[in-house]
Design a protein around this ligand. Structure first.
Ligand code: SF4
Length: 324
């Protein structure tokens, strides 16, 4: 794809790599002003801070990704982020009898399970769910994997690999696969990161995180839930105001059972269980990351801060859409 940018008085492109003087430079998505030197493979940033004479100071420069996005979209080269790539995006239909049974189970048991302990909720799930069960794991911690191995050993473990995870998260997923006998299913988005950049422009997670989460989380999970009558989540009411009244048992939009055995747990309860059972630990949870999502959208938080304050920090977004 080739395109020409309109002249931008605020942006000067570097002519040489400051390390090796190489001239083969390409914009890079590491940050908004990053460049890759293809001679020495270093990535560096060049940032324009303005001029010394306020009267002549131009408007702030566009970031690299914003400039590319603007240029491509003006020329009609980019897909509309509201339109997902071709391929399945939704969960397949449940058989009518399973759907009816799920609705009946929620009607009858949701109240009694609302504040029940995790082992009681999972034992209930093993006895009642009218079909296969998936236990979704974010790998932020491995409590659900441990509980599932004890109480719902026939359930599959389901991990959503968005392509943007911390390397530490992927390492935890590999360790879980080695430690627990259950099948670990890995759900991936339709597009790789490179394919998404080419189709929608680089840095979609910054420009339109709702679209990015829809394509890389919500839709892949929906598609991979098709074989299951119910799914287990790690939702905790203590995770923040948006989850303060999360039920332990409910129906999702497709009529599947959504079971959250940890709803009553606090961060302290979770830590105690991890220590008592010597579980696999995500190393970033001891480095200021109590809630871990994609590396591009997760920052550490201060002591005492809302545990999810580091998720999409600075953006008007608090949930990825998996639990709405
Ligand atoms: S958390 Fe960020 S990178 Fe991950 S899917 Fe959502 S917007 Fe994209």
């Amino acid at each position: 794809m080739s395109f020409r940018r309109a002249p931008n008085p605020n942006r000067n492109h570097p002519l040489h790599c400051p390390w090796c003087a190489g001239e083969d430079l390409l914009p890079n998505t590491e940050d908004d002003f990053a460049w890759l030197c293809r001679d020495c493979t270093r990535v560096f940033s060049v940032r324009y801070h303005g001029q010394d004479a306020p009267a002549r100071r131009p408007a702030p420069a566009l970031s690299t990704s914003a400039a590319i996005q603007l240029s491509l979209s003006r020329r009609g080269h980019l897909n509309d982020p509201a339109v997902s790539p071709a391929g399945p995006t939704a969960t397949g239909d449940l058989p009518g009898a399973v759907r009816e049974e799920n609705a009946r189970l929620v009607e009858k048991h949701a109240d009694e399970l609302y504040d029940a302990p995790a082992d009681v909720i999972l034992a209930w799930a093993r006895e009642h769910v009218p079909g296969r069960l998936a236990v979704t794991l974010s790998m932020e911690n491995t409590v659900l994997a441990e509980l599932a191995a004890r109480h719902t050993p026939d359930a599959d473990l389901l991990f959503l690999d968005t392509g943007y995870h911390f390397e530490e998260t992927l390492a935890v997923a590999r360790d879980v696969d080695r430690r627990y006998p259950q099948t670990l299913v890995t759900a991936t988005p339709t597009l790789t990161r490179a394919e998404q950049d080419a189709a929608y422009g680089p840095g979609l997670y910054r420009r339109d995180p709702a679209a990015c989460c829809r394509m890389r989380k919500v839709e892949p999970l929906a598609v991979h839930l098709t074989p299951y009558a119910g799914w287990v989540t790690g939702l905790r009411r203590a995770d923040g105001p948006t989850r303060a009244h999360a039920p332990a048992l409910s129906l999702d939009a497709t009529g599947r059972l959504k079971i959250s055995p940890l709803v009553t747990w606090s961060l302290v309860d979770t830590e105690a269980f991890i220590a008592d059972h010597d579980l696999i630990r995500h190393p970033l949870t001891t480095q200021g990351y109590p809630s871990i999502g994609c590396a591009t959208c997760t920052l550490p938080v201060a002591d005492g801060e809302d545990p999810r304050a580091g998720r999409w920090a600075g953006q008007n977004k608090t949930e990825c859409g998996l639990h709405s």
